[in-house]
Write a protein that binds this ligand. Sequence first.
Ligand code: HEC
Ligand code: HEC
Length: 273
Amino acid sequence: MTYRNTMRAVGWRRSEHLFWFWVLPALLVLSGCSGEPDAVMGDARRAGEHLATQGRDGIPPCSSCHGPKGEGQATFPRLAGQHPLYLVKQLEDFARVPPRAGVVVEPIARDYSATPRIYSDLTVFSPGIREDAVMGPIARQLSKADRRNLALYYASLPFDATPVPADFQTLERGQDLALRGKPEYGVPGCVTCHGPDGRGFEADFPPLAGQPAAYLVGQIDRWQSGQRDNDPQRLMQTVANQLTDADKANVAAYFANLSANWPGYQGDWPWPE
Ligand code: HEC
Ligand code: HEC
């Protein structure tokens, strides 16, 4: 049966099917159906920029700590160019209040400068928590829309990492850990998850390059103490528990020494609705 015969059979007049099959779709495309998410993104980014730079009742401007372009410094992480879904997740995790149930066993006191931290499995952690005295109270005042707006704004900012110099031996050791890991402890190289050159991979694996070294070391410390316990499948905690203080310093210096640039988030509106 031909196309025309099919249409006749279901009782459609030519002018009718012309409209439904050809004219309407063309109109939808021309009317910028595909442009709408861009407008939504633009509005969200602008609202995010306003909150990030001006703050609001009780919410200090994010830029006062994270830098005017989200570039970060010292223990304040870079937000610029990070994946919007990662940023939203972190803001949700900061906002969560840790339940005080369960037994918390402090890891046995010992000198961790040379050997990895062990016995940490005795501690009952509270998954999904990222405890921070500064970010917690800020994140709890943000609405869902605020979190999305801020995430899109910071994700859209471009960023060029300026390499921080370090001595050769530190860099060499850091590179070994970053690329090869510690196979004797079952630790894969950081780049296996965090992407080539530590540039980050999709929403789950944040960039390590272009983050201040002090911030990187501080986060690994927090995983070891259980203060940060928000990684999917404990992927990062398992790694962190096997790192010595020297490992942390070396690998952080290595990533801070890389030059890299992020053009800013180029993807679509990353949320379902
Ligand atoms: C008073 C300083 C301060 C202000 C203001 C501030 N932050 Fe932070 N922010 C921090 C610190 C410190 C950390 C690191 C916390 C940690 O060690 O877990 C952080 C961490 C973060 C992270 C985690 C980044 C990562 O790579 O995991 C995000 C996201 C974030 N802040 C977003 C914001 C947003 C959005 C605002 C504004 C609404 C804001 N911050 C305001 C100090 C601040
Ligand atoms: C098996 C996968 C995996 C490996 C290998 C891995 N990580 Fe991670 N790492 C993660 C995940 C997942 C997260 C994000 C957790 C979250 O959602 O908050 C993370 C987050 C981090 C963060 C926090 C970044 C931020 O912006 O707050 C640091 C620092 C970090 N990893 C350092 C390292 C270092 C150093 C190594 C190598 C010694 C390493 N990671 C190896 C999975 C991994």
